[in-house]
Design a binder for this molecule. Structure first.
Ligand code: XMP
Length: 321
C-alpha cells in the first residue's frame, strides 16, 4: 500500500482542513448509517481518528476506552473529558484495572507481561464489541509508518491490536499520514495540544516501568512518581523527547523518624532521540532534579531513594524492560 502521489505533505491548518473535509466525505460514503467502533487509548493516532469520525458520523461512532490500570495519572480522565464533554462522542469507559492486575499477578518475564497485557486488552475489547449490535466497521489509528515498518499492523508491540475474529470492515482514515501530519490534523480538529503533542508512551504503559511482577502498591507509587517527574520536567523550556521514571522490584533501607524501613528506588530517565533507535541522556538541570527528588520522597509512599539513569542507547534501551 503506497501513499498516493497526489497527497501533499500536510503542514498547515488550511491543508489539514482540506484533508478533514475530504475524509469526512469519504467516511460518510463508506459507512453510511452503519455503526463504527474504535479502541480509543488516548494516544495521538486513535484520538485523531476518533475526532475525525465523530465529526463525520457523530454518535454512530462508538469509542471504547479500556483503562488497563497501567495508564498514567489523569490519562483516562482526559480522554473522557475531551471526547464526552468537548466532542459529545459516544464513549464507553471500561475500568479493567482489577482484571489486569489479576492476570499479571506473578508474571515477571517482560515479554510474557506484554503478551498478557495485549491478550487481556483484546479479550475485553472483543467482549465489549459483542455487546453492541449491528456493528460492521472497526476504525483504527494506523498511520503510514505502521504500514511501512510493520506490514500494515499497528505498531508491532502495541497493545491495541485488532480482534481478528470479529470480521469487521476497516476504516483507517489516517493510514497514509506521517506522525507530524496526524498532529496538524489533530489540532485542526480541535484536540488539545497536550494530547496532540504528548510524548510517546508504550502500549503496555506503566507495566514495563514497574519491573518484575506488578503489585498494586508499587504500581500506585510509580504512577504518582511519574506524575511528579512529568509535572516538573514540563516546566522546563527544553523538554526531552521522552521522560519518565521506573520503580523496579527491589528494596533498600531507608530511615524515617528514627526507624529503619525498606522502600523502592525511583529511577528518573530522560532522553532525546530522532527515531528511538539510538538515544542520548537529556541533561536535566540540578534544580529540577532536586525538586523532583524532594517531592517524590515527601509525597510518594513506599519510595525511599531517587536515582538518575544517565545512560545512552546503545547499550541501554529507553525502557527498562
Ligand atoms: P526501547 O526500550 O526499545 O524503546 O529503547 C524504544 C521506543 O519504543 C517504546 N517502547 C514501546 N512502545 N510498546 C510500545 O508501544 C512496547 O512494548 C514498547 N517498548 C518500548 C519506548 O517507550 C521508546 O519510545
Amino acid at each position: 500500500m503506497e501513499r498516493p502521489k497526489s497527497l501533499k505533505r500536510i503542514s498547515t491548518k488550511a491543508m489539514a482542513n482540506k484533508f478533514i473535509r475530504e475524509q469526512v466525505a469519504e467516511i460518510k460514503k463508506l459507512v453510511g448509517d452503519e455503526k463504527v467502533i474504535l479502541a480509543l487509548s488516548g494516544g495521538v493516532d486513535s484520538s485523531v481518528v476518533a475526532a475525525l469520525l465523530s465529526r463525520a458520523i457523530g454518535k454512530n461512532l462508538i469509542c471504547i476506552h479500556v483503562n488497563h490500570g497501567l495508564l498514567r495519572k489523569g490519562e483516562s480522565e482526559q480522554v473522557i473529558k475531551v471526547f464526552r464533554n468537548n466532542f459529545k462522542a459516544n464513549l464507553k469507559y471500561v475500568n479493567a484495572e482489577n482484571l489486569f492486575l489479576q492476570k499479571l499477578k506473578n508474571v515477571s518475564d517482560p515479554e510474557k507481561k506484554r503478551k498478557v497485557i495485549g491478550k487481556t486488552f483484546i479479550d475485553i475489547f472483543a467482549k465489549e464489541a459483542k455487546k453492541i449490535k449491528n456493528i460492521k466497521f472497526l476504525a483504527q489509528g494506523t498511520i503510514y509508518p505502521d504500514i511501512i515498518e510493520s506490514k500494515g499492523v499497528k505498531a508491532h508491540h502495541n497493545v491495541g491490536g485488532l480482534p481478528k475474529n470479529l470480521n469487521f470492515k476497516l476504516v483507517e482514515p489516517v493510514k497514509f499520514l506521517y506522525k507530524d501530519e496526524v498532529r496538524v490534523v489533530g489540532l485542526a480538529l480541535g484536540l488539545p495540544k497536550t494530547m496532540v503533542y504528548r510524548q510517546p508512551f508504550p502500549g503496555p504503559g506503566l507495566g514495563v516501568r514497574c519491573t518484575g511482577s506488578i503489585t498494586r502498591d508499587r504500581l500506585h507509587a510509580l504512577r504518582e512518581a511519574d506524575y511528579i517527574v512529568r509535572t516538573e520536567i514540563e516546566k522546563l523550556k527544553n523538554v526531552p523527547w521522552q521522560y519518565f521514571c521506573v520503580v523496579p522490584d527491589i528494596k533498600s533501607t531507608g530511615i524515617k523518624n528514627g526507624k529503619r524501613f525498606m522502600g523502592w528506588p525511583c529511577i528518573i530517565r530522560a532522553i532525546d532521540t530522532k527515531d528511538a533507535v539510538t538515544a542520548k541522556y537529556h541533561e536535566i538541570p540540578y534544580k529540577t532534579l532536586y525538586k523532583i527528588r524532594d517531592r517524590i520522597i515527601k509525597e510518594v509512599k513506599g519510595i525511599n531513594r531517587v536515582l538518575l539513569d544517565f545512560s545512552n542507547k546503545p547499550v541501554s534501551t529507553i525502557e527498562w524492560e
